[in-house]
Design a protein around this ligand. Structure first.
Ligand code: BGC
Length: 761
């Protein structure tokens, strides 16, 4: 297909129309030039294909509802997630969808974020791996994806308008890397811009984010689509790099674009570039034959597999796995009415749903199961329901509480107000566990809940997440030990809401939200502040135990461009086959700028029979050691020692190896007129040219604050302070100003001369 020749034949109106949707879910076809339409659908964890593309939200066609991203990331299993992506691709084909709107790669800045269930992690490395894997899976079938919501879309409060105030380094190290990795490793066909503003500019008009970073720097080849309704100024958005506006049709926008080109306000070359990007994807989509069938049963089974790998055993005093108990009281309406997905644009019409209670009953014929609803659908308090549940629990051997966070507390479109279960649910858990020590709590929620009120009283807690349509079977398998749980948290479970990193800067006001905690979200924050948490990032229990030994590195000293490989032996020391997720964090022992204590840079999931040992290896590349330096405007490495921390969670480091990195970078000198004495002396080139003058400057400084009291003279001087400490943090030029009469040239000329020398060096 010669796209250039099509563009040459297109009228201005046709170009403008192509850059806006023809319907809620399709591109504008151009019949006379054989340009077909392309159909997109939500996403991200299932296909929400509305039968009529002119309707935004009618009941969609049945499709497999897989677990949501919180659960997917908790699997840490890239092979499995790749299969899920392939299955999503197959369903897109069967449902005549060219591009699936997902995955979402935004960071979980606060556990209150209403859409956190659709996002993977508080950690950019893990989120990036997951996003890239799903994209590769879907796109391997000839179906496109839409990586969303680019960028810094981390809350629902004022999500269409709020301006995220975030510094460059935080953006680069926390909020962008998952997108960057997904773009570089998987080339999604489309990227969806966010609704919000970033540092005052709408993400839909953000030249820096869209043109400079996404397209130029990362080499994104696809098209940028707006989130639905994210465009305010169509012409500004085209200039800013937004290719395709959705939803359509938008006649007024088409006219605005035509008028802007005609008046010279918009260079037609800019429009042509967007047209080219859209046509390229439209024709890629057209190559994949659509329609047919997908294997409903096989995909349901896959959804169950994913759910069982992503569920996390948070607490177990030995009660689990269950045996053939005589009587089990099953309490909680989510046992009968599975809570398996979140509200909003990702809502899937499932092909079928496993009822958790039925799946549980199928596990043990010898057991009598009783049932009480336990809590209502709304926020009311019903003591009678609690009383009934307590009555059943009292006479049973075990009570299993199925507790789902209701949609009025968690959904797209609004943030959570607290991290609590409902009052009734908390009272229910306390009342039941007070009479029944063998109480298991099974949670269905998309984001952390606090458990301080009740966790000590229960025997076990299973985090079931928004587990997808087949999750009911996964819960039963895990409770009975048919599946040995292996999921680990992709986000910290805090002890209290007030402990969370952005607490003082959430959700913002007066149109702005300040990302004041900077780099320190998730475990980066809890590490730095030494704040105790309910469950740390990377944590999860198993029915077996694992020992780590013999950590090795491929080289104890290495060049940043070569990277290094770290390996460790993991042994299953228990009685049951199981899977362990090995995590590798990097700790920079000394850095020019402040850094988080440790950061996840690699992981591996390994299957082990009882007694078996396997060696797990993780490659660490340049980026595993680098940080983004805003003054150099690039990722930099520094010579020096790094600890490689190998752990079973972020709080359970089992092995440490120290390595030495040699940086191959030849960084430009960033000393300038305002550089302090400390900065001059810390920079090798600065020290070389200024060093010879240092002693003279110090002597003059000390003389200026000279004291007759010889004992104090050496350090404190006449004003009772450490003179050189103070001067070190002053710009060199300012210090010299105080000594100007003794200098052969004016201090400004002297500094200019020194700068000339360092920049020439
Ligand atoms: C959501 C997107 C979604 C789109 C289309 C928006 O409100 O933010 O994630 O893909 O609607 O439904």
């Amino acid at each position: 297909m010669n796209i250039q020749s099509i563009i040459e034949k297109m009228t201005l109106e046709e170009k403008a129309a192509l850059c806006t949707g023809a319907s809620a879910w399709s591109t504008t076809p151009i019949e006379r030039l054989d340009v077909p339409e392309m159909i997109v659908s939500d996403g991200p964890h299932g296909v929400r294909r509305v039968p009529n593309v002119h309707e935004m939200a009618s009941t969609s066609l049945p499709a497999t509802c897989f677990p949501t991203a919180s659960c997917l990331a908790s699997t840490w299993d890239v092979d499995l997630i790749r299969h899920m992506g392939e299955a999503l691709g197959e369903e897109c084909i069967a449902l005549n969808v060219d591009v699936l709107l997902g995955p979402g790669a935004n960071m979980k800045r606060s556990p209150l974020g209403g859409r956190n269930f659709e996002y993977f992690s508080e950690d950019p490395y893990l989120a990036g791996e997951m996003a890239a894997t799903i994209i590769n899976g879907v796109q391997s079938k000839g179906v496109g994806t839409s990586l969303k919501h680019y960028a810094a879309n981390n809350q629902e409060f004022q999500r269409f308008s709020i301006s995220v105030e975030v510094d460059e380094r935080t953006l680069r190290e926390i909020y962008l890397p998952a997108f960057e990795k997904a773009v570089k490793q998987a080339q999604p066909w489309t990227v969806m811009c966010a609704y919000n503003k970033v540092n005052g500019t709408f993400a839909s008009e953000h030249d820096y984010l869209l043109n400079k970073i996404l397209k130029d720097e990362w080499g994104f080849k696809g098209l940028v689509v707006s989130d639905w309704g994210a465009v305010r100024d169509r012409v500004a958005a085209l200039k800013g790099g937004l290719d395709w506006e959705m939803p359509g049709p938008q006649d007024r926008r088409v006219k605005e674009v035509v008028a802007a080109v005609e008046s010279g306000n918009l260079d037609e070359a800019v429009l042509n570039e967007s047209v080219r990007r859209i046509l390229r994807i439209v024709f890629m989509a057209a190559k994949t034959p659509k329609e047919g069938e997908f294997d409903v049963e096989a995909h349901h089974a896959l959804a169950q597999k994913v759910a069982s790998e992503g569920m996390i055993l948070l607490k177990n005093n030995g009660l689990l796995p269950l045996k053939d108990q005589q009587q089990i009281a099953v309490i909680g309406r989510s046992a009968e009415n599975a809570h398996f997905q979140g509200g909003g644009s990702s809502h899937i019409n499932p092909t079928k749903v496993t009822v958790p209670f039925n799946a549980l009953k199928a596990q043990s014929e010898a057991t009598e199961f009783t049932y009480a609803e336990g809590y209502p659908t709304d926020d009311s308090f019903r003591q009678d329901m609690i009383d009934k549940a307590v009555g059943l629990a009292q006479t049973a051997d075990v009570a299993i509480l199925y507790i789902a966070l209701p949609t009025f507390k968690e959904s797209e479109g609004y943030d959570r107000k607290d991290l609590d279960l409902t009052n009734q649910q908390i009272a229910l858990i306390k009342a039941v566990s007070a009479v029944q020590p063998h109480t298991v709590v099974v949670l269905n929620n998309g984001a952390p809940v606090v458990m301080g009120d009740w966790i000590d009283g229960v025997a076990a807690v299973l985090e079931g997440w928004m587990m997808g349509q087949a999750g009911g079977g996964a819960i039963a398998d895990v409770l009975y030990g048919k599946v040995n749980p292996s999921g680990k948290l992709a986000e910290t479970f805090p002890a209290r809401l007030t402990d969370t990193p952005p607490h003082l800067n959430w959700p913002g006001d007066a149109g702005h939200v300040r990302y004041g905690e900077g780099l320190f979200i998730g475990y980066r924050y809890y590490d730095a502040k030494e704040v105790p948490v309910q469950f740390p990032f990377g944590y999860g229990l198993s029915y077996t135990t694992f020992a780590y030994s013999n950590a090795q590195v491929s080289a104890s000293s290495f060049k940043d461009t070569d990277g290094v490989t770290v390996s460790v032996d993991v042994t299953n020391t228990g009685k049951m086959a199981g899977k362990e997720i090995v995590q590798v964090y990097v700790h920079d022992k000394e850095a020019g700028l402040v850094r988080p204590f440790k950061e996840l840079k690699g992981f591996a999931k390994v299957v082990l029979e009882p007694g078996e040992t396997k060696t797990v290896s993780v490659d660490l590349d340049f980026r595993a050691f680098a940080y983004y330096h805003p003054e150099y405007s690039q990722w930099i490495t520094e010579d020096g020692a790094f600890d490689l921390l190998i752990g079973a969670s972020s709080a359970d480091i089992r092995q440490t190896v120290t390595v030495n990195l040699e940086s191959t970078l030849n960084l430009p000198c960033i000393l300038d007129k305002e550089s302090t004495i400390r900065e001059w002396m810390a920079d090798p080139r600065g020290k070389a040219v200024f060093g010879p003058h240092f002693a003279q400057m110090e002597a003059a400084a000390r003389e200026m604050f000279h004291s007759d009291d010889n004992e104090r003279y050496a350090t404190e001087g006449s004003i009772g302070m450490d003179i050189m400490e103070m001067f070190s943090d002053m710009p060199l030029v300012s210090v010299l100003m105080f000594q100007k009469d003794a200098l052969p040239v004016h201090p400004e000329d002297m500094v200019a001369g020194l700068l000339q020398q360092v920049h020439a060096a």
